[in-house]
Design a protein around this ligand. Structure first.
Ligand code: PGA
Length: 243
């Protein structure tokens, strides 16, 4: 652990509020900032808080741009389980962000390699991600960057591990409906963000959290690379905090 700032919240709700403080400060400082967004259960308290703060007049999303970490391969943006749909339902439809200023990798891309390249280009054209939100998988994945023997650089296609398929089956009718592949920002894309906030909540994440920030930097624990980023804020709750 070199530079990581650690905040231990009482519970997941409080973690969401503390993360919202970081987003509010960033948007105040730079109204047209680029935020990197994540799906999963972890960010939901944060998203609820961001919606409430815009309603209360504390945040203005009208000039903000957003880029999501990942998307399942093969799902239409309107598919009930697509990450695009998740983002619309849980955040984007409820704030003033302009639809054209939000990007999520295209699950149904005709030319996946080109879609991944274009995704990188768009982020670059926007001037890079100012503030990236991350959760973490039980295997240490960030986005859909699963344990590997190297750190993948750019947005690319990945095969999901059995652990991830199993963790995500709760959202589908059956495990057979969970897509086997996805598109994700690379570790290089994530590390290029100027500032990163990772939220980790729940006792089931304690072990991987310890490995990530207090273990060695290892592509088998993809999130461990965050030890080498100079502006990471880890917001975890008491259940997830390993000490
Ligand atoms: P979760 O997912 O927030 O639903 O636990 C996190 C992840 O897999 O990155």
């Amino acid at each position: 652990m070199l530079h990581t700032r650690i905040i231990v919240a009482k519970n997941a709700e409080e973690a969401g509020k503390l993360a919202a403080d970081v987003f509010e400060a960033e948007i105040q400082k730079k109204p047209a900032c680029v935020i990197g967004l994540a799906t999963g259960s972890t960010p939901l308290p944060l998203y609820r808080e961001l919606i409430a703060r815009e309603k209360a007049g504390k945040i203005d999303f009208s000039r903000v741009r957003s880029a999501n970490l990942d998307e399942y391969k093969g799902l239409e943006p309107t598919h009930e389980q697509s990450y695009r749909k998740f983002m619309q339902d849980n955040l984007l439809d409820h704030i003033s962000i302009k639809p054209e200023n939000t990007i999520v990798p295209l699950g149904k891309a005709e030319d996946p390699d080109k879609m991944c390249e274009d995704y990188e280009k768009k982020i670059e054209e926007w001037g890079g991600v100012d503030l990236q939100l991350l959760g973490i998988g039980h295997d240490g994945h960030i986005g859909f960057n699963e344990p590997e023997d190297y750190f993948p650089a750019m947005t690319h296609e990945v095969q999901l591990t059995d652990m991830t398929i199993d963790a995500n089956k709760r959202f589908f009718d059956s495990i057979d409906d969970v897509p086997r592949a996805a598109f994700t920002m690379g570790i290089g894309t994530i590390m290029a963000a100027k500032k990163i906030v990772m939220i980790v909540t729940g006792a089931d994440k304690k072990e991987i959290l310890k490995k990530t920030f207090w273990g060695k930097v290892d592509p088998q624990v993809p999130a461990s690379i965050l030890q080498f980023h100079n502006d990471v804020t880890l917001i975890c709750d008491e259940e997830a905090y390993p000490f």
